[in-house]
Design a protein around this ligand. Sequence first.
Ligand code: NAD
Length: 444
Amino acid sequence: MNLDNTDKDKENLSRKEFLAITGRSVAVGAAGTLSLAGLLQNDAFGQTSNKAMSPPAAIPPGDEEPIVLEAWKSDVDQQSGPTPTPLPPDRRVRYAVVGLGHLALEEIIPALFACKKSKLTALVSDSPEKMQKVARQYGIKAENCYTYQTYDKLKDNMEVDVIYIVLPNSLHKEYVIRGAKAGKHILCEKPMAISAKECEEMIAACNKANVKLMVAYRIQYQPHNRKLRDLVKDKTFGVPKFVEACNSQSSANPAHWRHKIALAGGGALPDIGLYCLNTTRFILGEEPTEVFAYQYSTPGNPLFTEVEELVSWQMRFPSGVIANCSTDYNVHESRRYRVMCDRGWLNMDKAYAYKGQKLTTAKADGKMEKQEEIGLAEINQFGAEMDHFSECILKNKRPFTPGEEGLQDHIIMEAIYKSAKEGKPAKIVKRADANTHGPEPVVT
Ligand code: NAD
């Protein structure tokens, strides 16, 4: 092929064609093509110079399209990019974080500073010393710091679009409803509340106020878990038959709200077992019709005078899949699941952790058992989840994990407790809005 040919329809070469001709690579455009104009410009420079210069790059005018830099890697290696597409600070969706505890200070607030479409503008806490320090550290104005008593005044704050509720579970309902009445969009931590009835009230309040409501199910925005879901959906390893899921950890402070029924609404199940439940529904894309459960707490352990230690349950799905799930507050940390299919299995270690997910698969190939680890770039799950919600607000879309997603989990958890109490299976009534996700998030 003549590289000097500037004929329009010959301007773009496929990557393979280009490498075949030149043995080197240049910028790849959005459609996976190479710019001949860029190549000619490069050739015009002749040999490599040690003078500072910008090699050709595709620079789309829109803030949401990545800059495509000159490529240099062969397709033998894992590709990098696309380059991040942060919105300019004055176009980002503005968040108030309510409750400055472990999750807010260790994960959410730092993640907001790694976000591309979201930013922190306000804080709500009853501890003035803590709030002043956090405000100083993150550059939050004193007038954007509220207490639980002055919370409703957020209504008049034009520098806040979203209220993110990071309080103990039983406080979610009150602060979601008050936040919706203040006219703000709501992101609510999991579990959404302490009962299905509360979830219904929260959804109704947000609908009435015409604000969006999303539940913070970060796993549904995490690349390894999303990849596994896609492999199950595509039947890459055949038809799923059986799921095993476990989320367990160890706690030691009986005075903490997690061990008080009035604040937590339950023990291991709503706090961490919920991940097994919600992620299994996400992976399978269907809703359980029946559950069967056991529950146990070590007698005399002060951690478990009000909330349960261990729940083990099975869920039956319409396709015939059975999920075997377990959760415990009194064992060494273990967060994993495996999907058994008729032609192989998919396994996720550290499945529900903040990072470190490990996706492995297995299938037979003749005399071989082929086990593979699928390596994907890690992202900040909290940042991805918040940027998705911001995208929904900017583009007026339904969130991928709306309030109805949280409600469905509470309906299933109530059936799990019922089954454990009665010692027999509990049916789950089919709801029309049980699986009404918004459009798929773009996770990069
Ligand atoms: P935490 O105890 O560390 O923080 C809770 C915050 O709420 C504290 O700042 C506390 O001062 C405040 N608070 C207000 N009223 C309170 C009261 N009456 N009693 C106790 N605290 C009160 O808890 P956390 O681990 O940050 O959990 C907060 C929420 O986030 C919970 O709903 C939890 O389920 C959820 N969470 C989600 C994830 C996740 O990965 N998505 C991880 C951890 C926690």
